[in-house]
Design a protein around this ligand. Structure first.
Ligand SMILES: *Cc1c(COP(=O)(O)O)cnc(C)c1O
Length: 345
């Protein structure tokens, strides 16, 4: 293992996890073939298994969550179509404007608390279908919602919004990069949270701890179309069973344990609050802690690094701390201690 990771408690993201020995063993043993020919049995198994978990007919293995979302948007829209999206949604905020390049769709950015667009706000923003307006086509959701502090959104909270979308004949895509975190926090199945959507993505390389990979799921016809777009974007991989095996392992063994990450995040939040830090937690939190500082976030992050703790900025004065597979109770104690030494910053 590299000494970099040994020396630091790395709370920048849940993407930094490294495969466990058991996961590496599964990768080592994976049966493989050429997946662009559809001949990799491990990829095929992962795609079937993920579709089952997500409650969809089919799914497609892709290199990243960004590609999963971009393929999903491409498969739903035509040039000029309108996507209704919260302004803090990953597809709009963190994907480099990629939808402008691939789909050439337009974004109608809305806002609301906890990453949720109020249903009546969506209703009022959907314009009639005529020559003057872009064609209203897609509602994009995210669960858990990253920029809303990892908020887990229950089906009840999403349904009114989805109902408005349906009334106006919009498609619905769910960025479920962390849908497993949402399901575990809400104590419901993953499929329950995905059942009202046309398409859903899932990241294997976040809290689930796989080294690479995401899935996008939907109907068989939709995934056939998505496979074409994956090819366009250069996302077809050959003996990808090596990494798909890690994904199967992650879905089998690393979903329930997300509850540990959530309870550590809660402990961390409580520890920082008792030191006097301002912690902003959503209604149903998961594996993230947002800390609002008096001073500059980058300066605070640099000071934390000298105490061997790594954090990320979520704004000029906002920190994001993410718990994951590679953060232990000792790491947590060390982190709270480091924060106690930086109170004057
Ligand atoms: C990380 C993330 C993605 C993108 O995943 P990459 O694999 O980094 O491209 C998409 N959506 C959300 C909400 C994410 O947190």
């Amino acid at each position: 293992m590299s000494s970099f990771y040994q020396d630091y408690v790395d709370l920048r993201s849940d993407t930094v996890t490294r495969p466990t020995s058991a996961m590496r063993e599964a990768m080592y043993r994976a049966e493989v073939g050429d997946d662009v020919y559809g001949e990799d049995p491990t990829v095929n198994q992962l795609e079937e298994y993920a579709a089952h978990i997500l409650g969809k007919k089919a799914s497609l293995f892709v290199p990243s969550g960004t590609m999963a979302n971009q393929i999903a948007v491409l498969s739903h829209t035509q040039r000029g179509d309108e996507i209704f999206i919260h302004r803090d949604n990953h597809i709009f905020y963190y994907e480099g404007g990629a939808a402008a390049m691939w789909s050439q769709a337009t974004f109608n950015q809305l806002q609301g608390p906890e990453g949720l667009i109020p249903a009546d706000e969506l209703e009022s923003r959907i314009r009639p279908r005529n020559i003057h307006h872009p064609r209203p086509r897609l509602l994009a959701l995210e669960n858990t919602h990253n920029r809303a502090g990892g908020a887990a959104l229950s089906r009840d909270r999403l349904l009114p919004l989805i109902q408005v979308a349906r009334n106006h004949d919009l498609r619905v895509h769910l960025d479920g990069a962390r849908i497993a975190n949402a399901a575990v926090a809400l104590k419901v199945s993953i499929r329950e949270l995905a059942q009202d959507t046309d398409s859903v993505s899932l990241c294997l390389s976040k809290g689930l701890g796989a080294p690479v990979g995401s899935l996008v799921a939907g109907t068989r016809e939709y995934i056939e179309q998505a496979r074409v777009y994956r090819k366009w974007l250069g996302g077809g991989m050959r003996q990808a069973g090596i990494i798909a095996a890690a994904g199967i392992y992650a879905l089998r063994h690393h979903v329930e344990r997300l509850a540990d990450d959530h309870s550590r995040a809660k402990k961390l939040a409580e520890g920082l609050q008792s030191l006097g830090y301002h912690v902003d937690m959503p209604t149903i939190p998961t594996n993230m802690v947002m800390v609002d500082l008096e001073g500059d976030a980058d300066k605070f992050i640099a000071a934390l690094k000298t105490k061997n703790v790594l954090a990320g900025a979520m704004g000029l004065k906002r920190l994001r701390l993410v718990t994951h597979l590679d953060v232990s109770d000792e790491g947590l104690e060390h982190t709270i201690d480091a924060f106690s030494q930086l109170l004057s910053l």
